[in-house]
Design a protein around this ligand. Structure first.
Ligand code: 5RP
Length: 229
């Protein structure tokens, strides 16, 4: 490691702090913050403690995130009880120049997608290992109703890709995950729609129809800001 090189954890922490700086001026006493899932989102939760007096509460994209928010004293609301969400902050497994994302490495993709849909602004926080030109090096997670697992795998294989059942993982919604390897994602919106139309699929981890509005990327040199092209 060179003298200035940062570890991935240091980069995650830096981008979490940058997200706090970005959202702070937008918060009001009644604001609800959507909070994502994963190690970068966890760093964001740690930082959120310092500004918890500035907003009303949060909606969590997973049971794990809800526990972490409660542990730092942030009220957690059910999404159905919330009319408006100022901002949603979450990590990603990959992002492209249009700020289309692959998410779901932590198996929370469906709730993440729902919370992102409700939020006025989706701020994605990543380190520079997540940047790609075309999505798909990271296997695409697909959440599937358990009884449809084999059928959906056969349908996914027809897309010239390799579906792999994520053994031992049950989502917060009681479903299973199939990770799709070597999928051609040159048309991210098209692939998102196509996979979601397979019966038995709950949703897939492509965030192209609802991509990020803003992305903060941590590098060893500092945090870069991207808006969708
Ligand atoms: C969880 C996710 C995460 O945002 C994604 O996996 C990135 O995680 P990390 O911040 O740990 O790299 O989509 O379902």
């Amino acid at each position: 490691m060179t003298q200035n090189a940062m570890t991935q954890d240091q980069m995650k922490s830096a981008v979490a702090k940058a997200a706090i700086e970005y959202i702070t001026p937008k918060l009001e006493k009644e604001s609800i913050v959507g909070v994502g899932t994963g190690s970068t989102a966890n760093m964001f939760i740690n930082e959120l403690e310092g500004i918890k007096h500035l907003f009303d509460g949060a909606v969590a994209s997973s049971e794990e995130t809800a526990k972490r928010l409660q542990a730092i004293g942030v009220p957690v609301y059910e999404l159905n009880d919330v009319n408006e969400m100022a901002v949603y902050v979450d990590g990603a497994d990959e992002f492209d120049p249009r700020l289309n994302l692959i998410k779901g490495g932590g198996a929370a993709l469906t709730r993440e997608k729902i919370v992102a849909a409700v939020a006025k602004e989706f701020v994605c926080i990543v380190d520079d290992t997540k940047q790609v030109d075309i999505l798909g090096e990271f296997p695409l997670p697909v959440e599937v109703i358990p009884m449809a697992r084999s059928y959906v795998s056969r349908e996914l294989a027809k897309l010239n890709a390799q579906p792999v059942y994520r053994q031992g993982v049950v989502t917060d919604n009681g479903n299973v995950i199939i990770d799709v390897h070597n999928l051609d994602i040159t048309d991210a919106k098209g692939v998102e729609e196509k996979i979601n139309s397979i019966v038995g699929v709950v949703t897939n981890g492509l965030f192209a129809k609802r991509n990020a509005d803003l992305l903060l990327m941590s590098t060893s040199q500092g945090v870069e800001t991207f808006t969708a092209k």
